[in-house]
Design a binder for this molecule. Structure first.
Ligand code: NAP
Length: 345
């Protein structure tokens, strides 16, 4: 969110302790050299940290008991060939997880496997060579077969990280309905199909953990992102329902909503006619380091967090505004549009 869209009287730096969340906030992964350490996981506060150009606020609501084991756990990561998924593969591999890496491109996934295997040479912790399963999440008919293949790797899944996704840039007037559907297939129907295919085996074992990488845009909608924001809002709603339904089986659900991350997401985004956007947006280039976000994911799994928002102060304020003062939020979104910010969308 651009600063000039905010009235001058509006606070541009949220305080260290957002009052409404104070009761339920636990820990911040970005300040720890040793994520998951006892002192770190025990802290119950909200931290702020300066990033490149603005303060960053990590808000983590409703965590469970700290310290869920990752060593030897079977962790499935979709979209592991690049960006955040690849960094998640690195941190979970280093933590001793038995990985099943998923994506559409076998060669790129194999490259990740080789990098991870090479990185573990000489480390003392027991690590495992990752397995790979190749499938297209947008083709939900193939997801059941992929889930069977995933289960065959180690006989069970302990943590499913629904990370793969695609973004979108365009205005609604010029966007084909088929593009809206395609983004929904990859970002919403694919992850829920995979989750539903793997869930029965978790319920039978009364064990497992479902994680989904949503976005700040799963909580607020900004102009020129309709397909993406809609898919992430749907994701948030589905996994909130799922959390409530499967808590009784001891299976936590974690929704992680980051702001911009420095990955290829905008380069790979689709436009209104389905063609590739192909631009590395400034907001993305200045975003979070994906290694830090991957540490946050590891941390959220260890803490069995329910809802994690990794956002700077302006998006954080915007999330509150959307609920507490929607008229102002809508005005700000319209003014963002009228200021010609379509170029950076
Ligand atoms: N970057 C950001 O600013 C940002 C901010 C908030 C949330 N996120 C979320 O973070 C997640 C990871 O994105 P990223 O930033 O790391 O982007 P990325 O570098 O473009 O990675 C996207 C990954 O998703 C996979 N993927 C895309 N379409 C797929 C499909 N149909 N079937 C299977 N895999 C597919 C890609 O694998 P292949 O192309 O190799 O198949 C790739 O590994 C996404 O859910 C995104 O919405 C990103």
């Amino acid at each position: 969110m651009e600063q000039q869209a905010i009235p001058s009287w509006f606070p541009n730096q949220i305080g260290e302790k957002p009052v409404a969340l104070q009761e339920t906030v636990v820990g911040c992964p970005f300040l720890s050299d040793n994520p998951g350490s006892a002192s770190d996981t025990d802290s119950r506060c909200c931290y702020t940290q300066q990033d490149n150009n603005s303060g960053t606020v990590c808000v983590d609501q409703g965590g469970g008991l700290p310290g869920a084991a990752v060593q030897d756990a079977v962790v499935v990561i979709t979209g592991a060939s690049s960006g955040l998924g690849k960094e998640c593969a690195r941190v979970f591999h280093a933590a001793g997880a038995r990985l099943v890496l998923c994506g559409r491109d076998a060669a790129r996934l194999q490259q990740v496997v080789q990098e991870l295997t090479a990185s573990s040479a000489g480390t003392q912790r027991q690590t495992y060579a990752p397995s790979t399963v190749i499938f297209d999440l947008a083709d939900t008919d193939t997801v059941d077969r992929a889930a069977e293949e995933i289960l065959k790797c180690y006989g069970q899944v302990d943590v499913l990280i629904n990370n793969a996704g695609i973004s979108y840039r365009g205005n609604i007037l010029d966007t084909h309905l088929s593009v809206q559907r395609d983004v929904m297939e990859t970002n919403y129907f694919g992850p829920i199909a995979l989750t539903q295919a793997l869930l029965p085996s978790m319920v039978r074992r009364r064990s497992g953990h479902i994680v989904v990488i949503s976005s700040v845009q799963g909580k607020i909608a900004i102009p020129y992102r309709s397909a993406y924001a809609a898919s992430k809002h749907a994701t948030q709603a589905y996994f909130d329902c799922l959390r409530a339904e499967i808590e009784r089986y001891g299976i936590p659900v974690t929704v992680i909503s980051p702001g911009y991350i420095r990955t290829n997401l905008s380069l790979n985004a689709v436009t209104g006619d389905g063609s590739k956007y192909g631009v590395l947006d400034k907001t993305t280039a200045l975003g979070w380091d994906p290694r830090d976000v991957a540490q946050a994911v590891l941390r959220a799994v260890r803490q069995k967090s329910k809802d994690v928002v990794l956002a700077g102060p302006l998006p954080t304020v915007a999330i509150y505004l959307r609920t507490l003062w929607p008229a102002l939020f809508f005005k700000l979104m319209s003014s963002r549009d009228s200021q010609g910010e379509e170029t950076e969308r």
